[in-house]
Design a protein around this ligand. Sequence first.
Ligand SMILES: [Mg+2]
Length: 263
Amino acid sequence: MTTASTSIATTSTAAAPIAPTATAAAPGAVATLAPRELGDVELVVLDMAGTTVVDDGGVEQAFALASERSGIALDDFERSLQYVRDTMGQSKIEVFRVLADGDEEAAQRANAAFEGAYAEIVERDGAAEVEGAADVIRELREAGASVVFTTGFAPTTRDAVLDALGWRDLADLALSPVDAGRGRPFPDLPLTALLRSGATSVSSMVVVGDTSSDVEAGTRAGAGLVVGVLTGAHDRAALEGAGAHAVIESIRDLPALLGLRGA
Ligand SMILES: [Mg+2]
């Protein structure tokens, strides 16, 4: 049975489906574990900051500004900053709820300060793609896969980043935690991407991210392939420890991992 209506534009049905192979990884593409049985890839879910968009410490700068402006976590700033690093990729409001120790008003105030500070940083410094990311996304879509961005940012921050890159129409869809329910490490973001894309099975979904929370969300969603990248917050050990099926240097190596190049 076909899906009567999907909310996102799908690419040409004439395009050949991606046939993933575990062979001939390109230089730099290090498949640390053999991919599990993977059907044709219908959907690729990509994290933003650290995976497709360069994070040059902007998130930490925004957190420092938010702390200053809202007063949250000021008395134990270093420990709080470490918590922000460890939970990178998770819903920012959830992170602030923990730091505010149950004070919902303080958490909301800090989150608003964070979103404002991050928007200022993007406005001032612009945003840059992880080298090759846009080309990879176009290649995946041309091969017939839907591509969905996911992020822990609120929609206004997410859209400010996409606008700074001219990326509003690059992927099929972009999702923030509020669009899905719970943020990472819960499976809501990838599962919402799956439902919205009309993909036929969780095994046809590939989830890619730079944090252990991204990886955990992908495995909890049952994705056929969960891939960690080393261009962001967490290292190989953290990504593998969270259950990544493969870890690659960069999003640039994804097409080869999926058998699109170098086969
Ligand atoms: Mg990230």
